[in-house]
Design a protein around this ligand. Structure first.
Ligand code: 5RP
Length: 224
């Protein structure tokens, strides 16, 4: 057992028959999907909405029924991971590159829960590089603007040095900030940069966080 596994397994308790469930992305969500698939085998009925191709493939392999976001009216509950979580339950997401679809699924969800291991909880956001998803056509222009703003962008690349491509075929610039003094001001600024499709600041976008510890126990934080 590790913290990610403890959180992932715990989150399955939240799923009941007939729900439309947003399925996040990443190594913590992997454990959630694995445990969810066991329940599906035992007869649990649900419709999953995946946030990435990686999750589509896992869900298919494990027999979790799925529909695309456009084929559901709304999502009852989304279970997703996070890269950093602050005490007021704001977060950075997108370490796995799925931030755009994760945000679209999050805003379509009536309830959202993040599952993280204890290392993801921080006093202040920003030590984890903040991903921003950009249009390849103008990525150098955007990169220059972000550099000029002192936001230290670095193009995310694959092992062979070519740019990492998101499921929507965009690039990612990771902003190396160390700390983010004012997350909502930064989010607002990034929201208004043409060609910057989405950023990994998820502010006020989860209702609860399940934190898993290496000894298998969990802690739960709620937005009040
Ligand atoms: O935002 C994400 C992917 O875009 C993930 O939720 C985040 O990176 C956490 O991943 P992991 O559970 O593997 O640590």
């Amino acid at each position: 057992m590790n913290g990610k596994q403890a959180a992932g397994i715990q989150a399955v308790q939240e799923i009941s028959d007939g729900m439309v469930v947003g399925l996040g992305t990443g190594t913590t969500v992997y454990y959630f999907l694995e445990a969810l698939a066991e329940k599906v085998k035992l007869g649990l009925k649900l419709t999953g909405v995946a946030t990435s191709q990686q999750t589509v493939e896992l869900a298919r392999k494990w027999g979790i029924p799925m529909k695309p976001l456009n084929s559901v009216q709304s999502i009852d509950l989304t279970i997703d991971g996070a890269d950093e979580v602050s005490p007021d339950l704001d977060g950075i997401k997108g370490g796995g590159g799925a931030l755009l679809y994760e945000k679209l699924v999050a805003v379509a969800s009536k309830k959202r829960i993040w599952i993280v291991d204890a290392r993801k909880t921080v006093k202040q956001l920003g030590a984890f590089p903040l991903p921003v998803e950009v249009i390849p056509f103008s990525w150098k222009q955007i990169n220059r603007k972000l550099e000029n703003r002192g936001l230290h962008p670095v193009l995310r690349t694959q092992k062979d040095g070519s740019p990492f491509l998101t499921d929507a075929r965009h690039y990612i610039l990771d902003l190396h900030l160390n700390t983010i003094e004012n997350p909502s001001a930064l989010a607002n600024e990034l929201d208004h940069l043409p060609g910057l499709v989405e950023h990994g600041l998820f502010l006020g976008m989860t209702d609860s966080v399940i934190i898993g510890y290496p000894d298998g126990h969990i802690e739960r934080l709620e937005r009040h």
